[in-house]
Design a protein around this ligand. Structure first.
Ligand code: UD1
Ligand code: CA
Length: 522
């Protein structure tokens, strides 16, 4: 690629993608977590292309949003109002950039597996060939719907014929057009350019970009075709089967890369690690784990079977148990999340309202679950224990504190070295407003207590089991707020015989009634 000015690129993404049989535009279907058009555009950006012009048409706004979401200023969007074919789509991309000298690249919006190195190789071959057109070819196992590369007796490329226009003999050609091209701008654009010469005289009545090849020959210019060994990488995704194949290939490629970097992927065909995830040496990924989005995993961490992680930061040596589901969670080093813990730093009702402060943080060496539920803005300090059926929302828990069983802790803070008993509830909502509960350092809250917020349990205080605390508990106080126990000596047996006698009388009455009913019938 020229060191002075970057090479522009065009992504064709205006089509419907009818073979997908979907309400969603084909190029918006995700491949390993990202719309395929975004993956194609990303490969061009990574190859250094600029601008990267994405041609949109069908579901234009959504496709434009998908590529703008990459957040790269080199992305531009052009509109092809009517989808009249791939040649017309390139014409729609024409902008100021097209007036310059030198080459530009065209890729279809459905080559989700394209890598930047391939774009770089194409441009190098194009520079070497010194012709107006260079394109990539491949030999897929099944050339089915691809355009076939027709060569003359001398082996030079003559034209590309679409499958729908091909003779049975042409259809037997194994070398296909990958749809990835480098063109000289001056050859393609302008009144005398090759695009202006295209005619829709073909089976689909479209303006085929592929006909530019024959046009070059007509003008006596040489066309270069570079055969690419990895047909899988250049496969277009046109239907659901090809979508599944593309995803499987990209997951396999990603797992392969990490295994070479010292990650143990127990069963590579059952590990779904998205390409943007960052793993580290000695990470272990068990079968069925899915690691998505902007996630990083530190050295030696264990990701258990069936765990689902999205946008998480997992510290060194942390352990994520089987079936855990984590979104926007930071797990510090050495923390353990036991099976089926759910933690999400995203507002369930309004994900758009989520801020960075909503992230869930699990401190170093903490031990969470099994079956714990951590919700937005929960921050758990070092060595904290949160056990089964404990729900934590918007609570900061200090170092070494424990809430081991069956609790709801919502809106507040718990100091260091506190003990929160089984079944404790923070009554944070009075039907109108959320209020805060504060438990200060070293306090003990007995099992089955309710803390009616706003309320403070002072430093070192002790709340008796079953208390309903509605006023602040002073520091150091032993506070009990429950009905006093009454013991009526010997009354248990009396109560039992009274109940038995009552039951016997009721049974007798029922029998007599049944007997009268029988008599009438006979
Ligand atoms: C195209 C090529 C074929 C090649 C194959 C490689 C043509 C005529 N054929 O066929 O030779 O083997 O790709 O994968 O180019 N698009 C637009 N506007 C349009 C039509 C299409 O933007 O008017 C976009 C589509 O959204 C898609 C891309 O162009 O992303 C390619 O279109 P598609 O219908 O998939 O072309 P193929 O039939 O696969
Ligand atoms: Ca295609």
């Amino acid at each position: 690629m020229s060191s002075t000015s970057p090479v522009p690129a065009v992504v064709l993404a205006a089509g419907h993608g009818t073979r997908m049989k979907s309400r969603l535009a084909k190029v918006l279907h995700p491949v390993c977590g990202r719309p395929m058009v975004a993956r194609a555009a990303l490969a061009l950006l990574r190859a250094g292309c600029a601008p990267v012009v994405v041609v949109v048409g069908h579901q234009a706004d959504a496709v434009a949003a998908a590529v703008r979401a990459l957040g790269d200023p080199r992305i531009q969007v052009a509109v092809q109002a009517e989808q009249r074919g791939t040649g017309d789509a390139v014409a729609a991309a024409e902008g100021d950039w097209a007036a310059g000298e030198g080459p530009f690249v065209v890729v279809p919006g459905d080559v989700a597996l394209l890598v930047p190195e391939t774009v770089t190789r194409l441009l190098a071959a194009h520079a070497a060939a010194a012709g107006p057109v260079t394109f990539l070819t491949s030999r897929p196992a099944d050339p089915a719907g691809y355009g076939r590369v027709v060569r003359d007796g001398a082996g030079s490329v003559e034209r590309i014929v679409e499958a729908k226009d091909a003779t049975p003999e042409e259809r037997r050609i194994g070398e296909v057009n990958a749809g990835v091209y480098a063109f000289e701008r001056s050859f393609v654009f302008g009144a005398g350019g090759a695009l202006a010469a295209l005619r829709p005289d073909n089976a689909q009545g479209e303006l085929y970009l592929t006909d530019v090849v024959a046009e070059a020959r007509r003008r006596g210019l040489r066309v270069a075709a570079l055969e690419h060994g990895d047909a899988r990488e250049l496969a277009g995704v046109n239907d659901r089967a090809e979508l599944a194949a593309a995803e499987a290939a990209l997951y396999a490629r990603t797992a392969d890369r990490w295994m070479r970097e010292g990650v143990t992927v127990r069963v590579p065909s059952l590990a779904w690690v998205e390409p943007e995830v960052e793993l580290s040496p000695d990470v272990v990924v068990e079968p069925g784990a899915a690691i998505r989005g902007n996630t990083t995993v530190g050295t030696g961490a264990w990701i258990g079977p069936g765990a689902l992680l999205a946008d998480c930061a997992i510290g060194e040596g942390a352990s994520i148990g089987p079936g855990c589901v984590l979104t926007r969670v930071t797990v510090e080093e050495g923390a353990t999340l036991l099976p089926y813990t759910v933690a999400h730093g995203v507002h369930e009702k309004d994900p758009a309202a989520t801020t960075e402060g909503d992230r869930v943080v699990v401190g170093p060496g903490a031990r969470i679950g099994p079956l714990a539920h951590l919700r937005p803005a929960s921050r758990l300090g070092a060595g904290v224990h949160v056990g089964n059926f404990v729900e934590v929302k918007n609570v900061v828990i200090g170092r070494g504190s424990k809430a081991n069983h069956l609790a709801y802790l919502g809106d507040g803070s718990i100091g260091e070295e506190c003990n929160v008993g089984a079944g404790v509830i923070f009554c944070n909502y009075d039907g109108f407003q959320k209020q805060r509960t504060v438990i200060e350092d070293g306090a003990f809250v007995g099992s089955d207590s309710q803390l009616v917020a706003p309320v403070v349990v002072g430093r070192g205080a002790y709340v008796g089991s079953g208390s309903t605390i509605t006023r602040n508990v002073p520091p150091g106080s032993l506070s009990i707020a429950r009905a006093r126990q009454v013991d009526l000596q010997g009354r248990a047996d009396q109560m039992r015989s009274r109940r038995l006698a009552r039951q016997a009388a009721a049974d007798r009455a029922a029998e007599e009634a049944a007997a009268r009913g029988e008599g009438r019938k006979g």
